[in-house]
Design a protein around this ligand. Sequence first.
Ligand code: ARG
Length: 256
Amino acid sequence: MKKILAVMLAVLMLATMLCFTSCGAKGNTLDEVKEAGKLTVATSPDFPPFESIEGGKVVGIEVDILNLICEKLGVELEITQMDFDSVLAGVQSAKFDCGMSGITASDDRKENMLFTVPYYEAAQVIVVKEGSAIKGKADLEGKKVSVQTGTTADEGCTEAGLKVEAFAANADAKEALKAGKVDAWIVDNLTALQMVEEGDGLVVLEEKMTEEPYAFAFAFGSEDLVAEIDKILKDMIADGTVEGIFEKYGETYFKP
Ligand code: ARG
């Protein structure tokens, strides 16, 4: 009897501990962020033109957007780099205030985190080797594709029953195709066009696989912070600021 009680107690203690580390995690409020004087942002900067590394610094469309938002909030933008799947986990567990990674605001993800209003309508595309027999979505059946781990491409291709090889780094997903280890690389449209370079022997197919709104992600608990950012972001979309940033990077803007 004593033993059973001891085991039950141990289980209870473990459950409480786990709850403190995960269930207890709550995103910062607007006041807390203002008090800290900074917005902590997690990113996977392997996603041009939204975020990439240039001269040791993270640059891109999303950096420009968040910089303007932080200016309006009166706080600094503090960027930490990591793999894409760690960005989602880091936001969900409130380790970081914000996820900036061309994150698709999908219904599944909305069960685990908050999203700002979407600011761009993206799509997934298929990248193949020149001369490939794959001309569109319909030709992917039974084929092997590369994706970045934890992305909507990873989720979608797995669900569709394709053979999926997932890579932590986007560049490795591209390399797998170049090396002929997979038949296609599934990735977001603007990033595909930016990452495929002359001499790669790769082509980005026209057909869009999906439609995906991008937004910035936050942990539950940050509702008032997201509401404030939404106000700023909506204004930036309405007055053409966001479109101007896309133009600066040579991209056409698609409003969600
Ligand atoms: N939009 C896709 C998603 O949310 C891919 C994002 C990948 N982002 C990155 N920074 N590597 O799953």
